[in-house]
Design a protein around this ligand. Structure first.
Ligand code: SAH
Length: 355
């Protein structure tokens, strides 16, 4: 494969271009074509000489994602996209429309190795990390398709972003770089299942992004039932890391809590969640679990979710129930891709193995 030019930071591109014997201002032009005008082809870069365009095409690939399927919710304007990568793998992204603008949720890996019990993305394990270009391209392509500026990005799709730390970090820096799309760092959120050393590392990066921690259980025991990562890091350690992130960045932490009917939605669970959230400057985002065919967990009833939320609010905790976006499309992480795989298997079942 040729070099992946879309993963080069502005400074890296300047280096490459001067090494090719070109003037460094050319890097600015190329960067703008790639990251502002979203050119998927060097031939479009009309302010470069034909000679330079050809040289670039010989050395570099522009690794964008390409659209396979788009589902549009009739209920709330949520769009779900399935994208193909250059090696044939597929990932999902979601567009949500809010009053404050267009928000895109991107994937950071093909599959995931974290094994959360209710999550579809993890069913087939981790296939591979996404490159920085593949993460950026999800945002760019959606922006091009809808013809609007994307103002918010959440890294909450398939994969564990802090398990693909270097590419993820570069993605954030490039997305918020003044030479590119120039999103405000405050409009970027990363969601993690709680990889403690990486949370500390992120706190030191001098960024203003929001950290969302997937909590899902308010005791070590409950968390262990739902999230294998809890076997590695104790809940108390994870919370200390979140506190350190807040101390360092001043950014309020979001705790995500997928409500699973009969598993973590009891009065006792609410009480323990209050004990965690009350003393902290945080926001609790309740997500009624999206049942995944293979997992068998149940969504709590509407009333149960509202009761749970009210218990938190009454105790002085800032809690919202995530608006159920795109309930009529394959809503939860990894479900669209999963359905595609299952459909493909039904159409082309694997040949029976020889004895
Ligand atoms: N790996 C990261 C980000 C990806 S998932 C993380 O764990 O945070 C984004 C959020 O959706 C996480 O809180 C995840 O636990 C939650 N989630 C995944 N599958 C879900 C489902 N079926 N129902 C509800 N929430 C789900």
């Amino acid at each position: 494969m040729k070099k992946d030019i879309l993963s080069y930071t502005y400074e890296e591109l300047q280096n490459e271009i001067t090494l090719m014997g070109e003037k460094s201002f050319r890097a600015g032009q190329i960067y703008e074509w790639l990251h502002v005008k979203h050119a998927g082809d060097f031939a479009r870069m009309s302010n470069l000489s034909k000679d330079l365009r050809e040289k670039l095409a010989e050395e570099f690939d522009i690794c964008t994602v390409s659209l396979v399927e788009r589902q549009q919710s009739k209920l709330d304007g949520t769009n779900k996209f399935l994208f193909r990568l250059h090696d044939g793998n597929t990932v999902e992204s979601v567009l949500m429309r809010y009053k404050h603008g267009a928000s895109v949720c991107i994937s950071s890996q093909v599959g995931c190795r974290m094994g959360c019990r209710f999550c579809a993305s993890t069913l087939g394990g981790l296939e591979r990390d996404l490159s920085t270009a593949e993460m950026l391209s999800q945002v760019y392509v959606i922006g091009e398709i809808i013809g609007e500026r994307i103002s918010h990005v959440v890294v909450m799709g398939m994969g564990e972003p802090l398990d693909n730390y270097d590419n993820f970090l570069k993605f954030v820096r490039m997305l918020t770089d003044g030479h590119g799309l120039h999103l405000s760092q405050r409009n970027v959120t990363v969601s993690t299942c709680g990889i403690v050393p990486k949370i500390y590392e992120l706190a030191e990066e001098n960024l203003q992004i929001t950290l969302a921690l997937s909590l899902h259980g308010s005791t070590q025991e409950k968390r262990k039932e739902l999230m294998p990562v809890a076997n590695r890091y104790e809940l108390s350690e994870v919370l200390e890391a979140c506190d350190a992130y807040f101390e360092k960045t001043g950014r309020r932490i979001t705790f995500e809590y997928s409500l699973v009917g009969g598993v973590n939605d009891t009065v006792e669970d609410a009480r323990e969640l209050v004990a965690i959230a009350k003393p902290r400057n945080c926001h609790v985002n309740l997500i009624p679990v999206n049942p995944v065919r293979e997992r068998g967990f149940e969504k709590p009833g509407k009333k149960a979710a509202l009761d749970f939320q009210h218990r938190l609010i009454k105790a002085g905790v800032n809690a919202t129930i995530r608006r159920e976006m795109g309930a009529d499309v394959d809503g939860a992480c990894g479900q669209l891709r999963r359905r595609r795989e299952v459909d493909a298997l039904l159409e082309h079942p694997p040949a029976p193995r020889e004895k």
